[in-house]
Design a protein around this ligand. Structure first.
Ligand SMILES: [Zn+2]
Ligand SMILES: [Zn+2]
Length: 464
């Protein structure tokens, strides 16, 4: 049954939740909430590993013009990537988000059109691109920035407040208040400060229903871990490599990871732990850094006012779009994409880089098992790796080291948060099966009174 099928008398003052994702996993995240007759969409993501219709949330039950408002929690494409598609059928629907998320997501969506357009040729997909630059332009006109901490009203007496979620610039969770009850959606969250973004500023009481992400539920973080210690380990690894005449490649997602890592390395340069030298960046990373810099003194963050692109001697950019940097010794390449996907700069540099035993690839982000970066991480020294199917494999002789700078809360912090909140109902989303099951068991142990729900995709259920 979909939310729209319920009889009107029953719907009055009822709160319902429905996952529009196609599976219990981190894929195309999208959720439908109904507060009586007011219908709200939360996020509209694109699946990072699927193509075409399979990459889109299941919007089949949603009628034209039937949603009153949407919320976009943050710019990552698994939350924002299909917003222009659902907005086509909801032309009057306002999309509430923060100003930084609006700016970052708009740039990512335009880039996504370009990626889909090249896939049209490469994968022979006549349905691509799934939306156009013009669709993005039309959609963003209905995006309505809201500042965190300010309450506003939508539809039939539903009060909404955004709360900063850490994770990446502009990310928020959303509190809904309706008919004396509250629902809080965390979005993607990190409770610890990163180099730029401050940890989440979440309410921890007065929440009846908590809808929480579970990304890192499947494994614990090492108890001795500190972000500072991990940063020092990275700085020392870079110094060691440079001292023996090698170069370092740090593959980075253009948005978030690039700006956080550059700021971390800049801090170590200022402390003298890392020698002063410019970091090579390019393409989409420059665009995303411009947006981070634009909000340098407009959001709560660390190093307020610090602009990466205006920091003397910090960055080295290509003179022409797509130009390869020279691969001599003594350089640090902080290039996208984060998983060395084909046709990206980090992939191209890696092909001319990993044969040199003096070099180091420093991995600071997530590596999907099907990507060239994961192949590199799995490899032994001397093994051949195919980075790009159009080119010969390359023998890996360089060092490869992994570092943890996740923008997601470790599971101990997630479960501590649920315990502090003590919700009547906990709805578990944004996690693969093992992650969600760990959270379900752990909440059962700590809060036996709390009802725990893992939503079956497509099924609406009462949460009040
Ligand atoms: Zn995210
Ligand atoms: Zn996500």
């Amino acid at each position: 049954m979909s939310i729209g099928d319920c009889p009107v008398s029953y719907r009055l003052s009822t709160i319902q939740f429905q996952s529009l994702a196609r599976d219990v996993e981190i894929g195309a995240n999208s959720y439908l909430l109904s507060f009586g007759d007011t219908r709200v969409l939360i996020d509209s993501g694109m699946h990072p590993k699927r193509e075409g219709d399979e990459a889109i949330p299941d919007f089949s039950g949603i009628e034209f013009g039937s949603i009153d408002a949407a919320f976009l929690s943050h710019a990552h494409l698994d939350h924002s990537g299909t917003m222009p598609i659902i907005q086509r059928s909801q032309p009057d629907m306002p999309v509430f988000t923060t100003a930084p998320t609006a700016a970052l997501a708009e740039a990512l969506l335009h880039n996504s059109v370009n990626v889909m357009t090249s896939k049209r040729e490469e994968l022979k997909r006549t349905d691509y691109p799934l939306f156009t630059h013009r669709d993005v332009g039309r959609a963003t006109k209905n995006w309505t920035p809201r500042a965190p901490g300010r309450t506003f009203e939508i539809g039939d007496d539903v009060k909404c407040t955004l709360h900063e979620a850490g994770h990446i610039l502009g990310a928020t969770g959303t509190m809904f208040e309706y008919a004396g009850r509250t629902v809080f959606y965390t979005g993607d969250v990190h409770f610890e400060d990163q180099s730029i973004v401050c940890g989440a500023d979440f309410p921890d009481s007065g929440i009846d229903v908590l809808v929480t992400e579970c990304t890192r539920g499947d494994s614990p973080r090492a108890p001795e871990y500190t972000r500072q210690g991990e940063g020092e380990r990275l700085a020392d690894a870079i110094e060691t490599c440079l001292s023996r005449g090698g170069s370092v490649l740090v593959p980075l997602f253009a948005m978030g990871k690039t700006q956080e890592t550059l700021t971390l390395l800049r801090d170590f340069q200022n402390e003298g732990r890392l020698r002063p030298l410019p970091f090579h960046i390019g393409g989409l990373s420059v665009k995303m850094t411009t947006i981070y810099d634009r909000f340098a003194d407009r959001v709560r963050r660390k190093h307020p006012g610090m602009r990466l692109l205006r920091t003397e001697g910090l960055l080295q950019m290509p003179r022409r779009r797509g130009e390869m940097p020279e691969l001599g010794g003594g350089q640090v390449f902080t290039l996208s994409s984060g998983m060395m996907s084909e046709h990206t700069m980090s992939n191209r540099v890696a092909r001319g880089f990993v044969h040199n035993p003096k070099n180091l690839v420093a991995v600071v982000g997530y590596a999907d098992p099907a990507t060239p970066l994961a192949a590199l991480l799995r490899s032994e020294r001397g093994e051949e790796i195919e980075f790009d199917h159009r080119h010969d494999p390359v023998r890996r002789e360089c060092d490869v080291e992994r570092f943890d700078f996740s923008g997601h809360a470790p599971r101990s912090h997630l479960i501590d948060y649920v315990e502090r909140v003590r919700p009547k109902v906990a709805v578990l989303v944004h996690g693969d099966r093992p992650a969600v099951e760990w959270m379900r068991t752990e909440i059962g142990k700590r809060l036996p009174e709390t009802q725990v729900i893992v939503p079956t995709p497509g099924e609406a259920f009462d949460i009040s």
